[in-house]
Design a protein around this ligand. Structure first.
Ligand SMILES: C[S@@+](CC[C@H](N)C(=O)[O-])C[C@H]1O[C@@H](n2cnc3c(N)ncnc32)[C@H](O)[C@@H]1O
Length: 354
């Protein structure tokens, strides 16, 4: 009997630990720290209890920066600790009961026992100063992810990581993105070129140019060489996407997991460059995690959690559908399409007029 039970448990755990979970445990890793920071360092729920406030009011009360504050509020809406009514954030019954120090049942001090944990302090700093501390590989030396991506070991590890993730995600992007009428695409910040490789293998008339900076450009060449695609249908162009102009003969621009690393202004710059360079009738395809807020609903929890990682460690966040719609329309794209993919990812496509 005992043997049967343990067999069953093994079987159950096999079913539970799927690739979605494997990815999620990494992507969601900062969200609990943000929760502890908000309960302890801000005591947010006690203040909001009986005092519903606007986003601006919360930012001013706690001297927060806008980007991390918005990510925090989206997370707590997703977790149903807060809800919005008449433009103000209200605590939920559960948040009032357990996280407001006005409640006899609250456990706020229990949560706050973890307030000195380094990653909780790190997030508290991000909330107030909007500066990431994640990439202090050598303690005390201030470094950004962007700086490190231009050094060999870090770029090598990250590009291998992107290639591995792409092996899981690229088949689904290929299912969602119809390229049967395209002959030339640009894969901007294309990493190892894994998404291009899958699209090329499914679309025999298509060729792709991967735009990358050193040293990732050479890593991309090596990956594409292994796949037998380099310099026949896949080309690597060394460039800085923010500075250099884009070649003007592609009908499709792909940004996979690129725009979410950057703030609104840099995203708007890239979209404007794409709009200018794309052929008339061309398309832009953005693949990442984009919470669907078209019906005014909060983001799904896992998507709001991934946004905390991007906000904490990079300059960006998970841009929601409405965020992207404004950015696309601001750059001149229209006819916006939205498709759900695996592991909380989604594809957004915009069209340049003919
Ligand atoms: C998160 S990775 C995504 C890679 C790939 N698109 C994928 O989904 O696997 C972002 C990529 O953007 C590239 N990148 C960052 N800044 C860049 C710049 N200024 N010009 C060109 N590429 C850049 C990085 O080298 C990195 O490979």
């Amino acid at each position: 009997m005992l043997q049967n039970v343990s067999k069953l448990q093994v079987q159950e755990s096999k079913n539970i630990v799927d690739i979605e979970k494997i990815i999620q445990w990494r992507d969601s890793s900062y969200s609990n720290d943000l929760y502890i920071a908000a309960v302890s360092w801000l005591d947010l729920f006690t203040w909001l209890d009986g005092n519903p406030a606007t986003e601006r009011g919360i930012i001013e009360r706690f001297s927060l920066k806008e980007r991390p504050a918005q990510t925090m509020l989206r997370l707590f809406e997703a977790w149903t600790l807060l809800s919005q009514k008449d433009g103000r954030y209200h605590v939920s019954n559960e948040a009032r009961r357990f996280l407001s120090q006005k409640s006899p049942e609250n456990v706020a001090s229990y949560i706050a026992t973890m307030k000195y944990k380094s990653s909780v302090r790190e997030i508290y700093d991000v909330l107030r100063f909007d500066e990431s501390d994640t990439w202090h590989v050598e303690r005390g030396i201030g470094t950004t992810w962007d700086d490190l991506m231009q050094t060999d070991d870090f770029a090598d590890l990250n590009t291998r990581g992107m290639e591995e993730r792409g092996r899981i995600f690229a088949p689904d992007l290929t299912r969602l993105l119809d390229c049967s009428n395209d002959t030339k695409m640009l894969d901007i910040g294309g990493g190892s070129g894994i998404y291009s490789a899958h699209l090329l293998n499914s679309n025999e008339r298509l060729s792709s140019t991967i735009l990358e900076r050193p040293p990732v450009d050479d890593l991309a060449k090596a990956c594409l060489q292994e796949k037998g695609l380099l310099d026949s249908r896949a080309f690597v162009s060394t460039c800085d996407m923010f500075v250099d102009s884009f070649p003007a003969d592609a009908s499709l621009h792909l940004y996979s997991h690129v725009l979410h690393n950057w703030g609104f202004e840099k995203v708007a710059l890239l979209l404007a460059k794409s709009h200018e360079a794309l052929a008339p009738g061309g398309r832009i395809a953005v693949y990442s995690c984009h919470p669907d807020d078209r019906n005014g609903q909060p983001a799904p929890a896992l998507e709001a959690e991934y946004s905390v990682l991007l906000t904490t460690s990079y300059e960006g966040r998970c841009y929601s559908f409405e965020d992207m719609r404004k950015l696309f329309e601001g750059a001149g794209f229209q006819g916006i399409e939205y498709y759900r993919s695996i592991c909380n990812r989604s594809l957004i496509i915009g069209h340049k007029s003919t």
